[in-house]
Ligand binder design. Structure first.
Ligand SMILES: NC(=O)c1ccc[n+]([C@@H]2O[C@H](COP(=O)([O-])OP(=O)(O)OC[C@H]3O[C@@H](n4cnc5c(N)ncnc54)[C@H](O)[C@@H]3O)[C@@H](O)[C@H]2O)c1
Ligand SMILES: [Zn+2]
Length: 361
């Protein structure tokens, strides 16, 4: 088992990464002094696969839990389902020490986390991420949210889990496309933080794509370490944490311009990373060789490199409506010198951005 600590002062917690977590999870619940009733939030894909297993583990620690399912998919990450979760908690008579477990991908983690943050002003929250994206990204760091019809993740909070438990064997049932999606964020960690990790991804793409145990253990652990290090130094995104948004400025724009339907998040971010790398090259921050490495690795992991059905005009105008844009200044996270180093610039000339966008469609 790998244990990655997330160091956030009194909000610190551990990420447990393994293939058999039962003992550790029971031990954790026993130590935590939870109430003896709790709830598991899951979705209609993951619930039938792993709901009973998690229920049994939690029951074994003396906590009676019920699994509450929401329909699988981004469409469930909204206030009506948030309210349904809260209603169920009230009906079950859950109290302030009742644990809430999120069993599923990022959608479940985000909505359950927001419910846990809000129910009785906060109940213990435990993440059990089952998609690769959730394991390496959304379950770590404490951002929880639901979507508003006018935009993604606009209603939310910072609320850290008390622990994250991930069973890597559970990735075996994850659809291939969702594996690629998670790999998008994993490539990002190499680019923003760790040149050697990026090289590892280049050199071991086949074992990674075939979900070789050792490779999956390494890439999930290293990704969690990097996210933990960045979040640990800037929990509420006052500075460094912004580098996690590498590829996301254009990524969000692509998602928005394709109605959140054509591409899933990691795919849009892949296109966004190429855009950011292109801008870096145009500004002379990196040479063409670095740009090519980024583009090639994205291709190798079966991620899209061009945004279909998009035009520069709409892509360009959408970046000004991004949550991260303040006072009309778009903050671009760019590669600085080489893979593993980034810089943030809010004065990239419009023509450079447009040229990069044109390249990406
Ligand atoms: N909070 C954060 O910091 C953060 C970071 C990145 C993304 N997100 C959010 O995460 C969401 C995307 O997460 P996601 O990509 O995990 O999507 P998701 O939760 O929709 O999961 C993808 C699909 O895989 C299924 N699934 C999950 N685990 C499975 C398994 N082991 N076996 C079979 N099927 C499985 C799900 O039911 C779903 O159909 C978005 O809403 C995004 O905004 C949040
Ligand atoms: Zn992301």
């Amino acid at each position: 088992m790998n244990i990655v600590p997330v160091d956030l002062g009194e909000n610190s917690y551990n990420i447990f990464i393994a293939r058999d977590l039962e003992k550790k999870l029971v031990e954790f619940c026993n130590k935590a002094h939870f109430s003896h009733r709790g709830i598991i939030i899951t979705d209609t894909n993951v619930g039938p696969l792993y709901g009973d297993r998690l229920k049994k583990i939690v029951n074994d620690s003396g906590i009676t839990v019920e699994a509450f399912q929401i329909p699988a998919g981004e469409g469930s990450k909204k206030l009506v389902f948030f309210e349904k979760i809260i209603t169920r908690c009230i009906e079950m008579g859950l109290d302030r020490r009742s644990p809430m477990f999120a069993l599923g991908g990022g959608v479940v983690g985000d909505i359950a986390g927001f419910a846990a943050a809000s129910y009785m002003r906060g109940v213990p929250f435990i993440q059990v991420p089952t998609s690769l994206l959730a394991q390496v990204d959304s379950s770590v760091g404490g951002k929880v949210a639901v979507n508003h019809p006018l935009g993604k993740n606009l209603i939310g909070a910072f609320y850290q889990p008390q622990a994250v438990f991930m069973n890597l064997d559970w990735l075996k049932t994850l659809p291939e496309r969702e594996i690629y999606t998670g790999l998008g964020e994993i490539i990002k960690y190499g680019i923003i933080y760790d040149k050697n990790f990026f090289s590892y991804l280049e050199d071991n793409s086949e074992s990674i794509l075939s979900l070789n145990n050792e490779a999956v253990e390494y890439i999930t652990s290293r990704s969690c370490e990097i996210k933990a290090a960045v979040v640990g130094s800037d929990e509420r995104e006052a500075g460094l944490r912004a580098i996690l948004n590498f590829g996301h400025t254009m990524g969000h724009s692509v998602e928005k311009n394709t109605g959140y339907a054509r591409y899933n998040h990691g795919e849009a971010v892949a296109i966004g990373m190429i855009c950011a790398a292109y801008i870096s090259m145009e500004l002379g921050l990196i040479g063409e060789n670095v740009f090519t490495r980024v583009e090639s690795l994205i291709k190798k992991f079966h991620l899209p490199i061009k945004a279909e059905d998009c035009d520069v005009e709409s892509l360009y105008s959408a970046i000004f409506h991004d949550k991260k844009t303040v006072d009309g200044r778009v903050k671009w996270i760019l590669i600085d010198g080489d893979i593993g180093q980034v810089t943030i610039k809010d004065n990239v000339p419009e023509e450079v951005v447009r040229k990069a966008m044109k390249y990406c469609i």
